[in-house]
Design a protein around this ligand. Structure first.
Ligand code: UD1
Length: 365
Protein backbone atom coordinates (compact mmCIF):
# COMPACT_ATOMS: atom_id res chain seq x y z
CA UNK A 1 0.00 0.00 0.00
CA UNK A 2 1.52 3.32 -1.08
CA UNK A 3 0.62 6.45 0.81
CA UNK A 4 0.69 9.34 -1.65
CA UNK A 5 0.32 13.09 -1.14
CA UNK A 6 -0.90 14.62 -4.40
CA UNK A 7 -0.08 18.33 -4.64
CA UNK A 8 -2.54 20.72 -6.24
CA UNK A 9 -1.71 24.41 -6.11
CA UNK A 10 -2.82 26.42 -9.09
CA UNK A 11 -5.53 26.21 -11.73
CA UNK A 12 -3.57 24.20 -14.33
CA UNK A 13 -2.77 21.56 -11.68
CA UNK A 14 -6.31 20.54 -10.86
CA UNK A 15 -7.19 18.76 -14.13
CA UNK A 16 -3.89 16.87 -13.93
CA UNK A 17 -4.30 15.70 -10.35
CA UNK A 18 -7.97 14.70 -10.76
CA UNK A 19 -7.53 11.60 -12.97
CA UNK A 20 -4.50 10.41 -10.99
CA UNK A 21 -6.32 10.76 -7.66
CA UNK A 22 -9.42 9.03 -9.07
CA UNK A 23 -7.32 6.12 -10.37
CA UNK A 24 -5.57 5.76 -7.00
CA UNK A 25 -8.95 5.74 -5.25
CA UNK A 26 -10.17 3.01 -7.61
CA UNK A 27 -7.08 0.94 -6.74
CA UNK A 28 -7.74 1.13 -3.01
CA UNK A 29 -5.76 -2.03 -2.24
CA UNK A 30 -2.62 -0.46 -3.70
CA UNK A 31 -2.92 3.25 -2.90
CA UNK A 32 -3.84 5.53 -0.05
CA UNK A 33 -4.02 8.94 -1.78
CA UNK A 34 -4.54 12.36 -0.23
CA UNK A 35 -4.90 15.78 -1.87
CA UNK A 36 -2.88 18.70 -0.53
CA UNK A 37 -4.01 22.08 -1.86
CA UNK A 38 -1.37 24.75 -1.28
CA UNK A 39 -3.81 27.63 -1.82
CA UNK A 40 -1.61 29.26 -4.51
CA UNK A 41 -4.87 29.86 -6.37
CA UNK A 42 -7.70 30.60 -3.99
CA UNK A 43 -10.47 32.53 -5.82
CA UNK A 44 -13.63 30.46 -6.21
CA UNK A 45 -13.38 30.80 -9.99
CA UNK A 46 -9.70 29.79 -10.06
CA UNK A 47 -9.97 26.86 -7.66
CA UNK A 48 -13.28 25.64 -6.13
CA UNK A 49 -15.07 25.63 -9.48
CA UNK A 50 -12.45 23.20 -10.77
CA UNK A 51 -12.75 20.82 -7.85
CA UNK A 52 -16.52 20.74 -8.37
CA UNK A 53 -16.37 20.27 -12.15
CA UNK A 54 -13.71 17.58 -11.91
CA UNK A 55 -15.61 15.66 -9.24
CA UNK A 56 -12.70 15.98 -6.80
CA UNK A 57 -13.40 15.86 -3.08
CA UNK A 58 -12.40 18.80 -0.90
CA UNK A 59 -8.64 18.71 -0.31
CA UNK A 60 -7.58 16.64 2.69
CA UNK A 61 -5.16 19.41 3.62
CA UNK A 62 -5.37 23.09 2.68
CA UNK A 63 -2.26 25.20 3.24
CA UNK A 64 -3.87 28.54 2.34
CA UNK A 65 -0.68 30.29 1.24
CA UNK A 66 -2.24 32.79 -1.22
CA UNK A 67 -0.40 35.26 -3.44
CA UNK A 68 2.95 36.96 -2.98
CA UNK A 69 6.24 37.51 -4.74
CA UNK A 70 7.82 34.32 -6.07
CA UNK A 71 10.15 34.09 -3.09
CA UNK A 72 7.41 34.78 -0.55
CA UNK A 73 4.95 32.38 -2.15
CA UNK A 74 7.50 29.58 -2.60
CA UNK A 75 8.85 30.01 0.93
CA UNK A 76 5.36 30.03 2.46
CA UNK A 77 4.43 26.83 0.65
CA UNK A 78 7.61 25.16 1.91
CA UNK A 79 7.10 26.29 5.49
CA UNK A 80 3.50 25.12 5.53
CA UNK A 81 4.15 21.85 3.70
CA UNK A 82 7.10 20.57 5.73
CA UNK A 83 5.08 19.74 8.90
CA UNK A 84 2.47 18.00 6.74
CA UNK A 85 5.12 15.69 5.31
CA UNK A 86 6.58 15.05 8.74
CA UNK A 87 3.17 14.20 10.14
CA UNK A 88 1.90 11.99 7.31
CA UNK A 89 5.18 10.32 6.28
CA UNK A 90 4.06 9.54 2.72
CA UNK A 91 5.80 6.95 0.53
CA UNK A 92 5.61 9.41 -2.37
CA UNK A 93 4.75 13.03 -2.96
CA UNK A 94 3.36 13.54 -6.46
CA UNK A 95 3.73 16.99 -8.03
CA UNK A 96 2.40 18.07 -11.43
CA UNK A 97 3.31 20.77 -13.94
CA UNK A 98 5.55 23.74 -13.34
CA UNK A 99 3.98 26.19 -10.90
CA UNK A 100 5.54 27.50 -7.72
CA UNK A 101 3.70 24.85 -5.68
CA UNK A 102 5.43 22.16 -7.77
CA UNK A 103 9.00 23.17 -6.97
CA UNK A 104 8.22 24.25 -3.39
CA UNK A 105 6.77 20.88 -2.39
CA UNK A 106 9.41 18.92 -4.30
CA UNK A 107 12.19 20.81 -2.56
CA UNK A 108 10.74 20.09 0.88
CA UNK A 109 10.67 16.37 0.06
CA UNK A 110 14.16 16.25 -1.42
CA UNK A 111 15.55 17.54 1.88
CA UNK A 112 13.46 15.13 3.96
CA UNK A 113 14.34 12.09 1.85
CA UNK A 114 10.75 11.55 0.68
CA UNK A 115 10.37 10.19 -2.84
CA UNK A 116 9.09 12.66 -5.45
CA UNK A 117 7.17 11.82 -8.61
CA UNK A 118 6.93 14.63 -11.17
CA UNK A 119 4.13 14.45 -13.71
CA UNK A 120 4.73 16.43 -16.92
CA UNK A 121 8.51 16.29 -16.55
CA UNK A 122 11.07 17.26 -19.16
CA UNK A 123 9.22 20.10 -20.91
CA UNK A 124 11.61 22.93 -21.82
CA UNK A 125 10.97 26.31 -23.40
CA UNK A 126 14.72 27.10 -23.16
CA UNK A 127 13.65 30.49 -21.81
CA UNK A 128 14.95 31.01 -18.30
CA UNK A 129 13.18 34.33 -18.09
CA UNK A 130 10.00 32.31 -17.62
CA UNK A 131 9.42 31.41 -13.96
CA UNK A 132 7.92 28.07 -14.95
CA UNK A 133 11.13 27.07 -16.77
CA UNK A 134 13.12 27.46 -13.56
CA UNK A 135 10.48 25.42 -11.73
CA UNK A 136 10.65 22.67 -14.36
CA UNK A 137 14.43 22.35 -14.42
CA UNK A 138 14.78 22.32 -10.65
CA UNK A 139 11.87 19.95 -10.02
CA UNK A 140 13.16 17.47 -12.58
CA UNK A 141 16.66 17.54 -11.15
CA UNK A 142 15.46 16.44 -7.69
CA UNK A 143 12.64 14.03 -8.66
CA UNK A 144 12.96 10.28 -8.24
CA UNK A 145 10.46 9.33 -10.92
CA UNK A 146 9.79 11.56 -13.92
CA UNK A 147 6.64 11.05 -15.98
CA UNK A 148 6.74 12.56 -19.46
CA UNK A 149 3.99 13.49 -21.91
CA UNK A 150 6.05 13.28 -25.09
CA UNK A 151 9.31 11.77 -26.23
CA UNK A 152 11.01 15.13 -26.82
CA UNK A 153 10.79 15.56 -23.04
CA UNK A 154 12.62 12.23 -22.54
CA UNK A 155 15.38 13.56 -24.79
CA UNK A 156 15.59 16.84 -22.85
CA UNK A 157 16.02 14.92 -19.60
CA UNK A 158 18.64 12.67 -21.13
CA UNK A 159 20.63 15.73 -22.22
CA UNK A 160 20.47 17.09 -18.67
CA UNK A 161 21.98 13.88 -17.35
CA UNK A 162 18.87 12.45 -15.69
CA UNK A 163 19.28 8.65 -15.70
CA UNK A 164 16.87 6.92 -18.10
CA UNK A 165 15.80 4.48 -15.31
CA UNK A 166 14.01 7.37 -13.63
CA UNK A 167 12.11 8.53 -16.70
CA UNK A 168 8.79 7.02 -17.86
CA UNK A 169 6.94 8.13 -20.99
CA UNK A 170 3.32 7.70 -19.88
CA UNK A 171 1.34 10.20 -21.95
CA UNK A 172 -0.73 13.19 -20.95
CA UNK A 173 -3.01 13.20 -17.90
CA UNK A 174 -4.50 16.52 -18.95
CA UNK A 175 -5.93 14.69 -21.94
CA UNK A 176 -7.33 12.00 -19.61
CA UNK A 177 -9.42 14.78 -18.07
CA UNK A 178 -10.34 16.29 -21.42
CA UNK A 179 -11.60 13.02 -22.89
CA UNK A 180 -13.47 12.13 -19.72
CA UNK A 181 -15.34 15.44 -19.59
CA UNK A 182 -15.93 16.37 -23.23
CA UNK A 183 -19.39 14.78 -23.34
CA UNK A 184 -20.40 16.09 -19.91
CA UNK A 185 -19.36 19.60 -20.97
CA UNK A 186 -22.07 19.52 -23.65
CA UNK A 187 -24.53 20.28 -20.84
CA UNK A 188 -22.88 23.64 -20.26
CA UNK A 189 -25.03 26.60 -21.28
CA UNK A 190 -22.06 28.90 -21.79
CA UNK A 191 -22.51 29.33 -25.54
CA UNK A 192 -26.22 30.08 -25.20
CA UNK A 193 -25.57 32.51 -22.36
CA UNK A 194 -22.99 34.35 -24.45
CA UNK A 195 -25.17 34.25 -27.59
CA UNK A 196 -22.55 32.52 -29.72
CA UNK A 197 -22.69 29.52 -32.03
CA UNK A 198 -20.13 26.85 -32.82
CA UNK A 199 -17.46 27.91 -35.28
CA UNK A 200 -18.38 31.61 -35.28
CA UNK A 201 -16.22 33.02 -32.50
CA UNK A 202 -12.67 33.07 -31.19
CA UNK A 203 -11.45 32.43 -27.65
CA UNK A 204 -8.61 34.34 -26.05
CA UNK A 205 -6.67 33.72 -22.84
CA UNK A 206 -3.67 35.73 -21.68
CA UNK A 207 -1.95 35.79 -18.32
CA UNK A 208 1.83 35.42 -18.66
CA UNK A 209 3.75 38.24 -16.95
CA UNK A 210 5.82 38.67 -20.15
CA UNK A 211 2.62 39.46 -22.09
CA UNK A 212 0.50 41.43 -19.65
CA UNK A 213 2.85 43.22 -17.27
CA UNK A 214 4.28 45.70 -19.79
CA UNK A 215 1.98 48.27 -21.33
CA UNK A 216 3.66 48.21 -24.78
CA UNK A 217 3.56 44.44 -25.15
CA UNK A 218 -0.01 44.11 -23.89
CA UNK A 219 -1.05 47.15 -25.95
CA UNK A 220 0.40 45.59 -29.11
CA UNK A 221 -1.44 42.33 -28.49
CA UNK A 222 -4.62 44.31 -27.90
CA UNK A 223 -4.20 46.14 -31.24
CA UNK A 224 -4.02 42.77 -32.99
CA UNK A 225 -7.05 41.47 -31.10
CA UNK A 226 -9.11 44.52 -32.01
CA UNK A 227 -8.35 43.84 -35.65
CA UNK A 228 -9.21 40.12 -35.40
CA UNK A 229 -12.43 41.06 -33.59
CA UNK A 230 -13.58 42.98 -36.67
CA UNK A 231 -13.96 39.60 -38.36
CA UNK A 232 -15.42 37.54 -35.53
CA UNK A 233 -16.27 38.05 -31.87
CA UNK A 234 -13.58 37.18 -29.32
CA UNK A 235 -14.57 35.79 -25.94
CA UNK A 236 -11.87 36.56 -23.38
CA UNK A 237 -12.15 34.99 -19.89
CA UNK A 238 -9.80 37.17 -17.88
CA UNK A 239 -7.27 35.93 -15.31
CA UNK A 240 -7.13 38.16 -12.18
CA UNK A 241 -3.59 39.33 -13.00
CA UNK A 242 -4.68 40.35 -16.51
CA UNK A 243 -7.84 42.09 -15.26
CA UNK A 244 -5.74 44.24 -12.95
CA UNK A 245 -3.39 45.21 -15.80
CA UNK A 246 -6.27 46.05 -18.19
CA UNK A 247 -7.56 48.48 -15.59
CA UNK A 248 -4.13 49.88 -14.72
CA UNK A 249 -3.26 50.53 -18.39
CA UNK A 250 -6.66 52.09 -19.16
CA UNK A 251 -7.54 49.54 -21.88
CA UNK A 252 -11.15 49.04 -20.80
CA UNK A 253 -12.63 51.75 -23.05
CA UNK A 254 -11.11 50.39 -26.26
CA UNK A 255 -12.20 46.88 -25.40
CA UNK A 256 -15.76 47.93 -24.48
CA UNK A 257 -16.16 49.62 -27.87
CA UNK A 258 -15.08 46.46 -29.72
CA UNK A 259 -16.25 42.97 -30.44
CA UNK A 260 -14.05 41.57 -27.63
CA UNK A 261 -16.10 40.35 -24.71
CA UNK A 262 -14.36 40.18 -21.34
CA UNK A 263 -15.83 37.61 -18.98
CA UNK A 264 -14.84 36.21 -15.59
CA UNK A 265 -12.60 33.10 -15.55
CA UNK A 266 -14.75 30.06 -16.34
CA UNK A 267 -14.91 26.69 -14.63
CA UNK A 268 -13.43 23.62 -16.29
CA UNK A 269 -16.59 22.41 -18.05
CA UNK A 270 -17.80 25.81 -19.23
CA UNK A 271 -14.37 26.64 -20.54
CA UNK A 272 -14.15 23.31 -22.35
CA UNK A 273 -17.53 23.96 -23.95
CA UNK A 274 -16.28 27.39 -24.99
CA UNK A 275 -12.96 26.47 -26.62
CA UNK A 276 -14.23 23.22 -28.12
CA UNK A 277 -16.58 25.20 -30.39
CA UNK A 278 -14.17 27.99 -31.28
CA UNK A 279 -13.09 28.75 -34.84
CA UNK A 280 -9.79 29.96 -33.45
CA UNK A 281 -8.01 30.08 -30.08
CA UNK A 282 -5.43 32.73 -29.19
CA UNK A 283 -3.53 32.01 -26.00
CA UNK A 284 -0.35 32.07 -23.97
CA UNK A 285 -1.43 29.06 -21.89
CA UNK A 286 0.48 25.79 -21.94
CA UNK A 287 -2.44 23.43 -21.46
CA UNK A 288 -4.63 25.01 -24.09
CA UNK A 289 -1.98 24.32 -26.75
CA UNK A 290 -2.43 20.63 -25.91
CA UNK A 291 -6.23 20.65 -25.63
CA UNK A 292 -6.67 22.39 -29.00
CA UNK A 293 -4.24 19.92 -30.56
CA UNK A 294 -6.38 16.97 -29.51
CA UNK A 295 -9.59 18.62 -30.69
CA UNK A 296 -8.10 19.88 -33.97
CA UNK A 297 -8.85 23.53 -33.24
CA UNK A 298 -6.50 26.14 -34.74
CA UNK A 299 -4.41 27.68 -31.95
CA UNK A 300 -2.20 30.75 -32.16
CA UNK A 301 0.24 30.86 -29.26
CA UNK A 302 1.25 34.40 -28.33
CA UNK A 303 4.72 33.50 -27.16
CA UNK A 304 8.17 33.33 -28.70
CA UNK A 305 8.73 29.74 -27.62
CA UNK A 306 6.85 26.72 -26.39
CA UNK A 307 7.85 23.87 -24.09
CA UNK A 308 5.30 21.77 -25.97
CA UNK A 309 6.79 21.46 -29.50
CA UNK A 310 4.72 18.38 -30.28
CA UNK A 311 1.64 20.63 -30.49
CA UNK A 312 3.33 22.36 -33.43
CA UNK A 313 4.81 19.26 -35.07
CA UNK A 314 1.66 17.16 -34.86
CA UNK A 315 -1.05 19.53 -33.76
CA UNK A 316 -2.79 22.73 -34.71
CA UNK A 317 -0.54 25.10 -32.79
CA UNK A 318 1.36 27.98 -34.40
CA UNK A 319 3.80 30.18 -32.48
CA UNK A 320 3.11 33.78 -33.41
CA UNK A 321 4.95 35.79 -30.75
CA UNK A 322 3.62 39.18 -29.73
CA UNK A 323 4.15 41.29 -32.85
CA UNK A 324 0.71 42.69 -33.78
CA UNK A 325 1.22 42.28 -37.55
CA UNK A 326 2.28 38.66 -37.16
CA UNK A 327 -0.73 37.89 -34.97
CA UNK A 328 -3.10 39.54 -37.45
CA UNK A 329 -1.53 37.72 -40.41
CA UNK A 330 -1.67 34.35 -38.66
CA UNK A 331 -5.31 34.88 -37.70
CA UNK A 332 -6.11 35.86 -41.30
CA UNK A 333 -4.45 32.66 -42.54
CA UNK A 334 -6.60 30.57 -40.21
CA UNK A 335 -9.84 32.38 -41.01
CA UNK A 336 -9.33 32.30 -44.77
CA UNK A 337 -8.52 28.63 -44.95
CA UNK A 338 -10.87 25.75 -44.24
CA UNK A 339 -10.35 23.85 -40.99
CA UNK A 340 -8.26 20.75 -41.64
CA UNK A 341 -10.52 17.79 -40.97
CA UNK A 342 -7.87 15.25 -40.01
CA UNK A 343 -6.58 15.61 -36.46
CA UNK A 344 -3.35 13.95 -35.42
CA UNK A 345 -3.15 12.99 -31.78
CA UNK A 346 0.29 12.64 -30.16
CA UNK A 347 1.25 9.15 -28.92
CA UNK A 348 -0.26 8.14 -25.57
CA UNK A 349 -2.58 11.14 -25.37
CA UNK A 350 -5.27 8.52 -25.15
CA UNK A 351 -7.04 9.05 -21.83
CA UNK A 352 -5.10 6.31 -20.04
CA UNK A 353 -2.07 8.13 -18.69
CA UNK A 354 -3.20 8.05 -15.04
CA UNK A 355 -3.40 4.25 -15.16
CA UNK A 356 0.15 4.06 -16.49
CA UNK A 357 1.38 6.43 -13.77
CA UNK A 358 -0.16 4.23 -11.08
CA UNK A 359 1.35 1.10 -12.63
CA UNK A 360 4.80 2.69 -12.67
CA UNK A 361 4.55 3.86 -9.06
CA UNK A 362 3.69 0.34 -7.98
CA UNK A 363 6.42 -1.19 -10.13
CA UNK A 364 9.19 1.24 -9.09
CA UNK A 365 11.75 -0.59 -7.02
C1 UD1 B 1 0.37 30.66 -12.06
C2 UD1 B 1 1.53 29.83 -12.59
C3 UD1 B 1 1.43 29.72 -14.10
C4 UD1 B 1 0.08 29.23 -14.54
C5 UD1 B 1 -0.99 30.14 -13.95
C6 UD1 B 1 -2.38 29.71 -14.33
C7 UD1 B 1 3.61 30.03 -11.29
C8 UD1 B 1 4.99 30.57 -11.33
N1 UD1 B 1 2.81 30.43 -12.29
O1 UD1 B 1 0.56 31.98 -12.55
O2 UD1 B 1 2.40 28.81 -14.56
O3 UD1 B 1 0.00 29.24 -15.94
O4 UD1 B 1 -0.85 30.11 -12.53
O5 UD1 B 1 -3.35 30.58 -13.91
O6 UD1 B 1 3.28 29.28 -10.41
N2 UD1 B 1 -4.69 35.92 -8.14
C9 UD1 B 1 -5.97 36.09 -7.67
N3 UD1 B 1 -6.67 34.99 -7.28
C10 UD1 B 1 -6.16 33.75 -7.36
C11 UD1 B 1 -4.84 33.58 -7.83
C12 UD1 B 1 -4.14 34.67 -8.23
O7 UD1 B 1 -6.47 37.21 -7.60
O8 UD1 B 1 -6.86 32.78 -7.00
C13 UD1 B 1 -3.94 37.10 -8.60
C14 UD1 B 1 -3.07 37.70 -7.52
O9 UD1 B 1 -3.10 39.08 -7.68
C15 UD1 B 1 -1.69 37.17 -7.85
C16 UD1 B 1 -1.74 37.06 -9.36
O10 UD1 B 1 -3.09 36.73 -9.67
O11 UD1 B 1 -0.69 37.99 -7.38
C17 UD1 B 1 -0.82 36.02 -9.91
O12 UD1 B 1 -1.05 34.76 -9.27
P1 UD1 B 1 0.16 33.70 -9.09
O13 UD1 B 1 -0.34 32.47 -8.47
O14 UD1 B 1 1.29 34.39 -8.49
O15 UD1 B 1 0.62 33.40 -10.57
P2 UD1 B 1 -0.23 33.20 -11.90
O16 UD1 B 1 0.03 34.37 -12.79
O17 UD1 B 1 -1.65 32.83 -11.64
Amino acid sequence: MLKILNIAGARPNFMKVAPIYAEMKRRAAEFEPMIVHTGQHYDAAMSDAFFDDLGMPKPDIYLGVGSGSHAVQTAKIMTEFEPVVLEHKPDWVLVVGDVNSTIACALVCAKLGIKIAHVEAGLRSWDRGMPEEINRILTDSISDLLFTTSQDADENLRQEGIPAERVRFVGNVMIDSLLEHLKIAENSKVRTDLGIVEGAYAVMTLHRPSNVDERDVFGGILDALLSVAERLPIIFPVHPRTRAKIEEFGFLGRIAASNIKLIEPLGYLDFMRLYSGARLVLTDSGGLQEETTVLGIPCLTLRHNTERPITIEMGTNVLVGTDPDKIKQAAKNVLENPVVAETKIPPLWDGKAAGRICDELIGFA
